[in-house]
Structure formats: structure tokens, C-alpha cells
Design a protein around this ligand. Structure first.
Ligand SMILES: Cc1cc2nc3c(=O)[nH]c(=O)nc-3n(C[C@H](O)[C@H](O)[C@H](O)COP(=O)(O)O)c2cc1C
Length: 459
């Protein structure tokens, strides 16, 4: 039997005191014949970024691995901003070779709210690094408490180990990204759109590295006649990423005393239209954007920006990264917002002018009517996950959420619907009578459209 070296990249801001690391500890106990090195890259991100010696040592450990295990908690549908920063640094410092050719797998803990987008992200990153990605394990936070789930985890680990020992071939799934070639030069400005009383905020993470991003936001800013506040995330006093301490869960008060909460409450919440502009960095937006999303967790699982028109204005190959588009769309859907997208993946500046101008017009129009689309599976499913968790296992910690859910009637369990319960209690027993069942089931189509008749009659 070949002993393999597993390097675990811990993506929890909580470092060793992490739920995810309990799963790693379990794997170590069950597979003691292999060697393990755990690198707390999310918790230590500041040091790793600023201390070249530590950075080099980290890369050296990765070079020595037979398998890298990306082990992380889900943070707002992906990984936390600190882990994202670590991944950015790999590409910025051109140390992809430290990872290339090595086997990789990912393991997350979460409550399964968009775990698929997180693993799709890590899978694509592994592909971009030239790694041999073997698969992912998405555990519910509490799975380790169940014997059946522990057995499942052991089976997964043993499959990984065998694949590495037998040097199994792996197919790359994510094609390399092709960056849009347009060098955007805005044309003649159109007449500004009357935003009326609607407040527009243009939020960007422009760091001077993308001419297209600056030109796109500039065009948009000039598109509105009313007040447009342009905010650069780098100018907001944000001291760091979410720490995952969950102290905010009691009363929505974040432990940080920087400018984030004030910015969120006093500059974003009053807006009707929020344009979120950014550049694709690896397979997501920047870690600055990720930090923005993670820090909004001080609002727990409640829709802090509900009812906003959101325009995502992105430079880079968004449409080659379905997981990113999905995460942003689902973020808006779950937040009760209406999202529209424009990217610079077009053939000409004129085309981009027209798309940006139209976006401005459509955002104002939708804000005027107050249009928010009906929820899709993203938010319908998300609501049920949150509702059940906040009612049950998470209630003790997330007491602010619980109060919000009570106040807003969000504990809409089917068993609370008296009409349906009475209907089922009477009619289900009746269907055991063959004659009754025959009549009802023969005409189900008509029964299903019956309730709509009065609505259509009175429309
Ligand atoms: C800021 C923040 C964002 C989170 N976002 C998600 C999420 O999008 N989906 C999910 O299922 N769980 C989410 N969670 C829950 C964590 O993934 C979960 O609690 C995890 O087990 C924590 O692991 P750790 O102790 O190793 O950090 C989030 C938690 C925090 C603090």
C-alpha cells in the first residue's frame, strides 16, 4: 500500500475551531496510515499574503502533496472571501505550478444552500491550476453525528485514496477561460434617463486594473439624470472578511466596528436601483466583492436589500462561468431583488453602449413599476431550507432571524394551512371508495383549473 500525503487547505475563517475540520479529523482517525498537513489559509490570510517566507512555505507544502483537499465552509454560495483571496494570490503570484499535476478534491460543510455553486467553483479552479480533480463531498454541518453519514464519508475518502494510489486518469471539465477581446470606447452619450425620485447607487470594485470596467461604469453614471451615487468598495472602510463568529445572529449586530454596516444601512438600503460592477477574477468576481457579500451576513438569513432593482455590470467572461451567473442570480432571487446583467462579451463598443443604455432605462422602468419577478427554484428552495433550519436546529443561535420569520409570516409550513389539512382529512379517506375515486380521478384536469375560473371571470 502506498502512503499518500494529503495537504488540507482549510477554508474556514475559524481556523482549527471549525466544523469542517471535524470532518478532516475524522478522516485522519479512520485513515491513519496516510500523512496529513493542514494549512489554515483562510484564517491566516493576512500573514500568508504579507509574509513572503510563509507564502513560499505554503507553496512548498503544496508541492509535496499527493492530493490537495480543499476543505471549506460554504460562505454565501461559494467560499469565504479570505479563501477567495488565497486563490487569487496563487494566480497573481504565478504559482500555479505548485498545484499542477496533483490530485485534488473538495469537502465542504454547510446547510446545502448552494453547495453546488461552491464546488463548481473549486472544481474549475482546480482545472485552471492543472490539477486532477477527483470530486467533492458536500456534508451537512451535522452529518458527522450520524453513523450512516460517517460511513459515507469513509467510502468517499477510500475512493479518493485509491484513485491517487492507482494514479487514475482524470478528465478536465472546465475549458480555459477566453477573455473578451473588446477594448471598450464609449460612443456619443444618449440623453440621460429620468430617474425621477429613484435613488441610484453604482457600486464598483474598480482598482484601476480594468479600463473596460471604468468606462462601463462611467457610461452608466452619465445615463441617469437624477442622483447617482458612485461608491468604490475599496473606499468603504471595511477592515476584513466575515469572521464566521455568528455573534450577529442574536441581534444583527456585527462585531466589527468598521464602516461596513453604516455603508450598508445608510447608503445601500435607501437605494431603489443598485448597479454592482466588477471584474471577473479567476472563476468569480474579486475577493473584495466576496467580502461585500459575506459581510452582509450580519443580516442573517433575511433579505436586507429586498425590492431593489439590481444591475450586474461585469467585465470578463461571465457567460463561460455558469456557476458565477447562477450564484449572482440566486443571490438576487433569494434577496427579493430583480437582477439584470450586462457584460463586455460583445463584438463592438456600439453594441455595449446600447446594452448599457438599455440597462439604465430598464432598471428605471422596473423601479417605477416596482416589478420583482416571481421566485424560481433558487429562492423557493432556499426559503424552505432557511425556514426549516431557523425554526429548528439553528433557532438558538439565529434568534434575530427567528423573530424576523415570525413577524413576516415566513414559517409557512404546509401543516399550518388549515384549509388544506381539512380538505385532505375529509377527501383522502373518501378516495378509498372506488366509485368516488373513479369520478374524481377521471376528471382531474378540470378539477385543477376550477379554482382559476372566478379569477378569470372577474378579471
Ligand atoms: C458568512 C456566512 C455565510 C454562510 N453561507 C452559507 C451558504 O451560502 N450556504 C450554506 O449552506 N451555508 C452557509 N453558511 C453556513 C456554514 O457554511 C456552516 O456553518 C459551516 O459548517 C461552517 O463551517 P466552519 O465551522 O468550518 O467554518 C454560512 C455561514 C456564514 C458564517
Amino acid at each position: 500500500m502506498t502512503i499518500i500525503k494529503i495537504v488540507v487547505l482549510n477554508g474556514s475563517p475559524n481556523g482549527d475551531i471549525s466544523v469542517t475540520m471535524q470532518y478532516i479529523a475524522y478522516i485522519r482517525k479512520k485513515f491513519p496510515e496516510h500523512t496529513y498537513e493542514i494549512l489554515n489559509v483562510a484564517h491566516e490570510i493576512r500573514k500568508i499574503e504579507n509574509d513572503t517566507g510563509l507564502w513560499n512555505k505554503t507553496m512548498e507544502s503544496i508541492r509535496s502533496a499527493d492530493m490537495v483537499l480543499w476543505a471549506f465552509p460554504l460562505y454565501v454560495m461559494v467560499v469565504c472571501s479570505q479563501y477567495k483571496r488565497f486563490i487569487e494570490l496563487i494566480f497573481e503570484r504565478k504559482t500555479e505550478e505548485a498545484f499542477a499535476g496533483t490530485y485534488a478534491a473538495s469537502l465542504s460543510t454547510s446547510i446545502h444552500f448552494f453547495d453546488q455553486t461552491a464546488h463548481a467553483y473549486i472544481h474549475a479552479i482546480s482545472d485552471d491550476l492543472g490539477m486532477k480533480y477527483l470530486g467533492f463531498y458536500s456534508a451537512d454541518m451535522k452529518d458527522l453525528l450520524s453513523g450512516e453519514e460517517r460511513t459515507r464519508l469513509e467510502k468517499f475518502t477510500s475512493l479518493l485514496v485509491t484513485a491517487v494510489q492507482e494514479k487514475m486518469p482524470v478528465q478536465r471539465e472546465n475549458a480555459p477561460l477566453v477573455w473578451p477581446s473588446l477594448a471598450y470606447v464609449p460612443g456619443k452619450e444618449q440623453k440621460p434617463i429620468l430617474a425621477g425620485t429613484k435613488k441610484v447607487v453604482l457600486l464598483t470594485d474598480d482598482d484601476g486594473s480594468s479600463l473596460n470596467l471604468a468606462a462601463m461604469t462611467d457610461r452608466l453614471k452619465k445615463n441617469f439624470s437624477g442622483s447617482v451615487e458612485m461608491i468604490n468598495l475599496h473606499d468603504v472602510n471595511i477592515k476584513g472578511g466575515c469572521l464566521g463568529c455568528c455573534q450577529c445572529a442574536y441581534d444583527n449586530i456585527c462585531v466589527y466596528t468598521d464602516g461596513y454596516v453604516d455603508f450598508y444601512k445608510n447608503r445601500l438600503v435607501p437605494a431603489d436601483i443598485i448597479i454592482m460592477a466588477g471584474q471577473v477574477h479567476d472563476r468569480y468576481l474579486s475577493s473584495a466583492w466576496k467580502q461585500f457579500f459575506d459581510r452582509s451576513f450580519f443580516k442573517g438569513h433575511t433579505p436586507g436589500l429586498k425590492g431593489k432593482q439590481v444591475g450586474f455590470v461585469i467585465t470578463g467572461p461571465l457567460h463561460q462561468i455558469p456557476g458565477l451567473k447562477e450564484a449572482l442570480t440566486a443571490w438576487a432571487d433569494n434577496g427579493g431583488c430583480h437582477a439584470q446583467f450586462v457584460t463586455d462579451e460583445v463584438m463592438s463598443s456600439g453594441e455595449l453602449d446600447a446594452l448599457l443604455d438599455t440597462l439604465a432605462a430598464r432598471l428605471v422602468q422596473a423601479a417605477g413599476t416596482g416589478y420583482i419577478p416571481p421566485h424560481t427554484f433558487y429562492a423557493v428552495g432556499g426559503h424552505k431550507i432557511f425556514r426549516d433550519s431557523i425554526y429548528g436546529g439553528m433557532r438558538f443561535v439565529f434568534q434575530a432571524d427567528y423573530r424576523y420569520y415570525v413577524e413576516h409570516g415566513l414559517f409557512d409550513f404546509p401543516q399550518s394551512d388549515l384549509k388544506t389539512r381539512v380538505f385532505n382529512a375529509i377527501l383522502i379517506p373518501l378516495t378509498r371508495i372506488p366509485g368516488f375515486r373513479k369520478i374524481v380521478f377521471a376528471d382531474l384536469k378540470h378539477h385543477m383549473i376550477e379554482p382559476f375560473k372566478p379569477v378569470l371571470r372577474n378579471a
